[in-house]
Design a protein around this ligand. Structure first.
Ligand SMILES: NC(=O)c1ccc[n+]([C@@H]2O[C@H](COP(=O)([O-])OP(=O)(O)OC[C@H]3O[C@@H](n4cnc5c(N)ncnc54)[C@H](OP(=O)(O)O)[C@@H]3O)[C@@H](O)[C@H]2O)c1
Length: 341
């Protein structure tokens, strides 16, 4: 089968050029796995970080080698062709969406991939394969950030990076729950974010958003960008009883740099210190991960609550996916970039 991947650990900035179309055997599903004919996948910024060993500053070094190439990508939407002996909830012919474990090396940018049955959902008929791939890991991460914020209808939220792959889904989830959303993004994404359900948009390019929102007191900030400056500005607009949920922590565009072990320890120490300190004196500080349960995502997908905007659809070729990687690395993507197999 054709698969896009790499055959050695990569340096920062190398993924775009080292990504290669490989010819690999179709994998065999393990007992609790599904073999899926992939119809669509997506490009996540973290696909680059896993390939270049910089995810969260480098907590998962890449292990690719010529003997064991790493197939890139995580999001999967496709049709099951075979199931492992222990699988009872899926059968060949079912259309599914889900994701492979980030960093596992058994990725989704391939004609076929194996998906753990616990990381898969039946694809609702109302979703195209492209839409289903767009809301797999991004949807799960967004859902888990919202669960951390525990919003109630009528509350006010600010979403940073509201036009990105995850932020665009966060805005939709909050808006459908009756939360008043202020999207923070550049002016070019204003209409997109209002269309997702935000009631107003603040253009961060016009000046610090806390100054522009000086009269607002929000119940939650969901940060999909990261960095201490954003955190400090968020504290200015948050109620004391509110919460700051970050996907990225104190480093802006986390994953663009490789940190030393001391640097990673300092960053994790900061996150722990902020989390514990905020329990004594609010607003609460929470670092969200992708979460362990698929249930919140399942409810959102089944109810049709989330349909991420699709920025680009790329054919499954080395050159097109390389272009997609360059685009996502610019931090200007509007929603998701889809690869169609
Ligand atoms: N914690 C976890 O488990 C976890 C899981 C997945 C992802 N992540 C992290 O979450 C982050 C977001 O991922 P993503 O897929 O949503 O990224 P993305 O799609 O690449 O985000 C691009 C968007 O970010 C916006 N943006 C860039 N700089 C901004 C700024 N200073 N202020 C406001 N918006 C800004 C851009 O809007 P404009 O063009 O309008 O600026 C663009 O629409 C990544 O850093 C990723 O590593 C964390």
């Amino acid at each position: 089968m054709k698969a896009l991947g790499y055959t050695r650990p990569l340096e920062i900035g190398e993924f775009k050029t080292a990504l290669t179309m490989l010819d690999l055997p179709v994998p065999e599903p393990a007992e609790q796995e599904l073999l899926v004919q992939v119809k669509a996948s997506s490009i996540n910024i973290d696909d680059i970080h896993f390939a270049e060993g910089t995810f969260f500053g480098g907590i998962y070094p890449s292990r690719a080698s010529a003997d064991k190439p790493t197939v890139a990508g995580v999001d999967v939407a496709g049709t099951i062709v075979k199931v492992g002996a222990g699988v009872t909830t899926f059968k060949p012919g079912d259309d599914v969406l889900g994701f492979t474990m980030p960093g596992s090396g058994r990725g989704a940018w391939a004609e076929y991939c194996c998906l753990a049955s616990k990381l898969a959902l039946h694809k609702p008929a109302g979703y195209s394969f492209a839409e289903a791939a767009a809301c797999a890991i991004g949807g799960k991460t967004a859902a888990s950030a919202v669960v951390c914020a525990a919003p109630s209808a009528g509350e006010h939220a600010a979403v940073l990076g509201a036009s990105g792959g995850i932020g665009s889904i966060v805005v939709q989830i909050l808006a459908r729950q009756g939360v008043r959303v202020t999207g923070i993004c550049s002016a070019s994404n204003r209409d997109l974010v209002l269309g997702l359900g935000a009631v107003e948009v603040v253009d961060y390019a016009k000046g610090p958003f806390d100054v522009q929102m000086k009269d607002a007191r929000v119940d939650m900030v969901i940060d999909c960008v990261g960095g201490r400056e954003i955190e400090a500005q968020s504290m200015e607009i948050l109620k004391k009883t509110g919460c700051f949920v970050t996907l990225c922590g104190p480093e802006k565009y986390i994953g663009e740099r490789r940190l030393s072990k001391t640097g990673i320890a300092a960053m994790l120490g900061y996150v722990l210190w902020r989390y514990l300190g905020s329990k004594i004196s609010g607003p609460r500080y929470i670092m969200a991960g992708i979460g362990s349960s698929l249930e919140p995502l399942q409810n959102l997908v089944l109810s049709g609550t989330i349909k991420p905007p699709i920025d680009r659809r790329l054919p499954f070729t080395e050159a097109d996916v390389r272009d997609g990687l360059a685009y996502i690395a610019s931090h200007r993507a509007k929603g998701k970039i889809i690869i169609e197999m």
